[in-house]
Design a protein around this ligand. Sequence first.
Ligand code: DCP
Ligand code: MG
Length: 367
Amino acid sequence: MEGKGHRKIIHVDMDAFYASVEQRDDPELRGKALAVGGSPEGRGGVVATASYEARKFGVRSAMPSKKAVQLCPHIIFVRPRFAVYKEVSQKIREIFRRHTDLIEPLSLDEAYLDVTEDKQGIGSAIEIAKLIKQAIRDELQLTASAGVSINKFVAKIASDMNKPDGLTFIGPSNIESFMEKLPVEKFFGVGKVTAEKMKKMGLFTGADLKTLAEEEMVKHFGKSGRFYYHIARGIDNREVQPNRETKSIGAEDTFPYDLTEIEEMYAELEKISKTVCNRLEVYQLKGRTVTLKIKYSDFRQITRNQSFMQPVSDLQVVTETAKKLLLATTPEGSRIRLLGVTLSNFGEVEPKKKGNDHPDQLQLFGE
Ligand code: DCP
Ligand code: MG
């Protein structure tokens, strides 16, 4: 690689994380089709993750448990043990820290590492990725997949390419052709709705995106268009940001058609709040402020929030607050494209200090 002047970035992502931890800790579950989260009766429950044995049947994260049972009748449901996942996550981070302090966790099971300068002077990012994978296997009896490249975006795509237990290197000379072949839905920040829009415009791959000028990209896709423009050319200068504190946890959904009925909006808010509360549980956080984000069909966007004296994380409180905020701001006849719910203002109640504002919010949004 690893020519001069390039960064050396590793993206590490654990394989079937929750499910692998459960199989590790209970030999009865090894080799079995397994879903963490949800329940067989599955009224509204969704699968957090599935073991690779269950994925063979098509079971996926965020799938309703009912659907999972249809696909894989012998699937076993296991309750999540968030405290254990959190502990494993900390141990993984300790392993990373043997090589670098430039670690940016994206979730419990995933992080970027900048090893341009590594603590042990190994020099090769591929070698470091191998050592990290080996340590995770030896010390934690789990497997991880790693992607190695010169920027975050390509490293993240690479880590997903040879799962499980993969190690994929995409060097500077391969990046351009790699990006050209990449389907647009793999681009960072491109969700279902943007992907549809791109396809309608005849844009299917990185090569197609490259035919548009930067201003055209911005015209069609807003601020993200500029990022897509560069990324299609393999350029991603985002730095690995260590010690980013979680300032907010949220989820949002853009709808394939505009919502006009309050019942529909409520149903979506219930789903989104559920995702948020699951994440709050993972991170063991409670927030004092609930924020509702609404984007209307004319792209007008508003946020409204409500704060509580005590931090909250209860599903019912979050959902009811979001509904109340919606009702207070959305007159009849409104057409809504997007709804989002975010919790912020974490931690204990303390008197407001001056100069204690953090503008650099880490949003844990989206799928
Ligand atoms: N998770 C969740 N709900 C989702 C997606 C994920 O609760 N919709 C949880 C369970 C996963 C963990 O986060 O184990 C990590 O998410 P990943 O997307 O990395 O999925 P896995 O690690 O399970 O599988 P993979 O091997 O594809 O990375
Ligand atoms: Mg994973």
